[in-house]
Design a protein around this ligand. Structure first.
Ligand code: ARG
Length: 283
């Protein structure tokens, strides 16, 4: 590490996860999902367990929601809501295959001391909404409706920056962009990482303007879901296959924590998809 490498600070996080006991690929709603390909549920559970344990080992608090039979994508809890200051804006899924999850997430938030806001518009939670300092970055193009961007701006009274995704492999914002500093001082800009090719020209220009110091990740690392990562401000949980991104993170003073979720990638999800950040709320 060079003397100019910034020191990073770990912030304790609280995450919602769901053990993939019913994981399989029985339908296809993104280009990664091939129902004809066999899946190994026991392996998915073991890999998920390694992520769970990595979070615990680094001092994070994990809440669990019960997996439901017939809802194989429920493991991807990032889509279960978007939570700031104890307010949970719950999802309205684009595809019927996942709509059965909505009531389970709503109930979990209600029973765990969050104020639930039922959405009017199609949105897939933290899959498409990422809090970056004072602003909310919001993905459009594949899943969340444009009207949901206006809706969250009202619900959370924050500026929302809409970003257009153009590559069907990167259909949720969290597959193409990662916020590396979950907590910054008011007015400060967090470091982000993103995959330029996943966005249209206007969105790329917007990202360059707002985040001149961002880590731009190579296509090879994006293609193995390297950006689908979680960060506590110091430790960044990433796929071991994203070796270029791993080196970029080290150069910037972060500590990559490698967790392989190859089996869950068969459903089109990775580390971040399995992790929903819970900000605020009573215990
Ligand atoms: N099979 C799921 C879907 O297509 C994967 C969701 C991944 N989640 C995410 N936050 N990117 O909806």
């Amino acid at each position: 590490m060079s003397p100019l490498t910034p020191a990073r600070t770990r912030q304790s996080r609280r995450y919602l996860m769901c053990r993939p006991e019913h994981f399989t690929v029985s339908y296809s709603i993104n280009p990664w999902m091939e129902p004809a390909k066999p899946t190994d549920t026991a392996l998915a559970v073991r890999q998920w367990q390694s992520l769970y344990e990595a979070y615990i080992a680094l001092g994070h608090e994990i809440e669990l929601i019960d997996p439901q039979p017939g809802l194989p994508d429920m493991v991807y809890t990032a889509n279960g809501g978007f939570v700031i200051d104890g307010v949970a804006y719950v999802p309205r899924f684009r595809y019927a295959e996942r709509q059965g999850e909505e009531q389970h997430f709503s109930r979990w938030f209600r029973e765990n001391g969050f104020r639930v806001v039922e959405p009017e518009h199609t949105n897939e939670g933290e899959g498409d909404f990422l809090l970056a300092g004072d602003v909310i970055l919001a993905g459009r193009g594949f899943r969340s409706a444009d009207d949901s961007h206006r809706e969250i701006a009202r619900v959370f009274d924050r500026e929302v920056v809409s970003l257009t995704l153009v590559d069907p492999r990167f259909y949720h914002l969290d597959t193409a962009l990662s916020v590396l500093d979950p907590v910054v001082a008011p007015g400060e800009t967090p470091t982000i990482a993103y995959l330029p090719g996943a966005f249209d020209d206007a969105s790329r220009a917007e990202l360059e303007r707002r985040f001149p110091d961002a880590i731009r990740v190579a296509d090879a690392d994006g293609a193995v879901f390297g950006l689908n990562s979680a960060s506590d401000g110091e430790n960044v949980f990433i796929s071991p296959r994203a070796t270029g991104f791993e080196a970029q993170l080290r150069e910037r003073g972060y500590t990559p924590q490698l967790v392989d979720l190859s089996e869950l990638l068969l459903g089109g999800g990775g580390i971040k998809c399995c992790t929903l950040e819970l900000r605020g709320g009573e215990r």
